[in-house]
Write a protein that binds this ligand. Structure first.
Ligand code: B12
Ligand SMILES: Nc1nc2c(ncn2[C@@H]2O[C@H](COP(=O)(O)OP(=O)(O)OP(=O)(O)O)[C@@H](O)[C@H]2O)c(=O)[nH]1
Ligand SMILES: [Mg+2]
Length: 376
């Protein structure tokens, strides 16, 4: 069928519109149910990022439960759920309910999209904070996030241990609180996953997490870093999108964080809090790395460097930096041409360090990679 194009509101210029708030807002932007209309959320995500907000985009086809778990673990100030498929009357009350079930009865839920006027009251009655309609201006959307960004309660306010951990991580990462040494413990295994932007780190982590849970190898946590804008301090945290939380449910704790450059200064606190919460293994995904980005090495026990075919010739392999810090190498996107020559070049410089070939999108080679990561 042919649709008329929906009107997209004018974009906002890049400016930090949140510097005066109690803390930098974190918004979980997601879509539930079988709703493929993602044009609006993409525009909203960009407008939020360009206004100094940290946006965690959890992707399409979420269940109310997976969205609630994501909002709790990401310690979102609010969930911004975009509803375009006429399923709001069923899914939105379930979302509010699930937030309470997973330990965050106070989570603010804002919705927008195709919500008929006559349904607005029942959405409010279900516990929804704000209802927005098509044509809402980007400035109004940013305002709705500002209204939702209230003074944060202390971690111990939450009875649910994971909700408390998620809040403690927020405080530790933004520097407003430093946990006591006695409140921290390093998990037995801390593994860094680094490599150039788009190499497939998050897809690999998602696939590794699935394999880890299938094998019942203990409690796994993931911390994934994405860049923060030097202009607005906003960030689009898109690593979580690769993980299927509809399936993994609560079996993996996953937290996205924004940093400027390679400033991992808060990582020791984050590692310590996650270990103290009883996690055995922590995977840390770095921001997309360049040749010089080697800082992660000092925080983790082992580092996997993810490479993809077609990035250069064998001279690149001899350059100092990123390739030196790998305890093992992953040649991901092994379905791309040039894979054999990448492996050959890596063999020349690997000095016995293992090389794994993977196709992360299909889970191919991932069981072997997990074995390799756990062996160290
Ligand atoms: C473009 C469009 C499509 C595109 C989608 C492209 C894409 N990747 O998104 C295509 C052609 C693929 C499509 C397909 C379908 N569509 Co369509 N589509 C539209 C259309 C014309 C515009 C949507 C749009 O992009 N608007 C522009 C963006 C920027 O606006 P927005 O998404 O509404 O978001 C704004 C606000 O709503 C608000 N907002 C949204 N969410 C949130 C959340 C929060 C927290 C806040 C604060 C604000 C907020 O802020 C945004 C900025 O203003 C609408 C009609 C309309 N005028 O809305 C129909 C419409 C949404 N589609 C509809 C239908 C039925 C379908 C199909 C089922 C049609 C079919 N039979 O094939 C399929 C289903 C696809 C799927 N997999 O889900 C219906 C939905 C009916 C309903 N809900 O009752 C609509 C309303 C058309 C109609 N009048 O019948 N569609
Ligand atoms: N063909 C192919 N595509 C892949 C593979 N692994 C990942 N991708 C795709 O590559 C793109 C980037 O994947 P991500 O996992 O987000 O990469 P990333 O390294 O985490 O990216 P940043 O976090 O932005 O640095 C996505 O479109 C993935 O679907 C693979 O093995 N083969
Ligand atoms: Mg990533």
């Amino acid at each position: 069928m042919t649709h008329p194009q929906g009107q997209a509101p004018a974009p906002l210029d890049k400016a930090d519109r949140c510097a005066d708030l109690d803390h930098r807002p974190r918004v979980l932007l997601g879509k539930m149910g079988l709703d493929g209309h993602d044009r609006g959320v993409k525009l909203i995500a960009r407008a939020m990022r360009d206004s100094g907000i940290h946006v965690i985009y959890s992707g399409l086809w979420q269940t109310p439960r997976s969205l609630a778990i994501s909002a709790r673990d990401e310690d979102a100030d609010c969930i911004a759920a975009s509803m375009m498929s006429n399923s709001h009357l069923v899914l939105v009350p379930r979302l509010v309910d699930e937030c309470a079930q997973v330990g965050r009865p106070d989570m603010i839920v804002n919705i927008g999209g195709i919500i008929p006027q006559e349904d607005v009251q029942s959405m409010r009655d279900a516990g929804v904070n704000e209802v927005h309609h098509t044509g809402t201006s980007m400035a109004d959307i940013v305002e709705s996030v500002r209204r939702a960004t209230r003074r944060r309660a202390a971690p111990e306010t939450y009875e649910h241990a994971t909700a408390a951990l998620a809040r403690a991580l927020s405080f530790a990462h933004d520097g407003s609180w430093k946990p006591a040494e006695s409140a921290m413990r390093r998990p037995p295994r801390v593994i860094g996953i680094t490599g150039s932007p788009g190499a497939g780190k998050s897809t690999l982590v998602a696939s590794l997490a699935g394999e880890f849970v299938r094998r019942d190898l203990g409690r796994l946590a993931v911390v994934a870093f994405d860049p923060q804008s030097p202009i607005t301090h906003g960030a689009l945290l898109g690593d979580r999108l690769r993980v299927d939380f509809n399936n993994l449910d609560e079996s993996v704790f996953y937290r996205s964080l924004a940093i400027t450059g390679e400033d991992y200064a808060t990582l020791p606190l984050i590692i310590g809090l996650i270990g103290a919460a009883g996690f055995d293994t922590l995977l840390v995904e770095t921001v997309g790395a360049g040749q010089n980005d080697v800082a992660i090495r000092q925080f983790v026990d082992r580092t996997a460097v993810v490479l993809v075919p077609g990035m250069g010739d064998s001279i690149q392999m001899d350059k100092a930096g990123l390739l030196e810090i790998g305890d093992l190498f992953v040649c991901n996107k092994a379905d791309f041409p040039g894979e054999a020559s990448l492996v050959r070049d890596l063999l020349d410089i690997s000095e016995g360090r293992p090389i794994f070939e993977t196709i992360a999108t299909r889970g191919q080679g991932v069981p072997q990679l997990l074995d390799g990561l756990l062996r160290g």
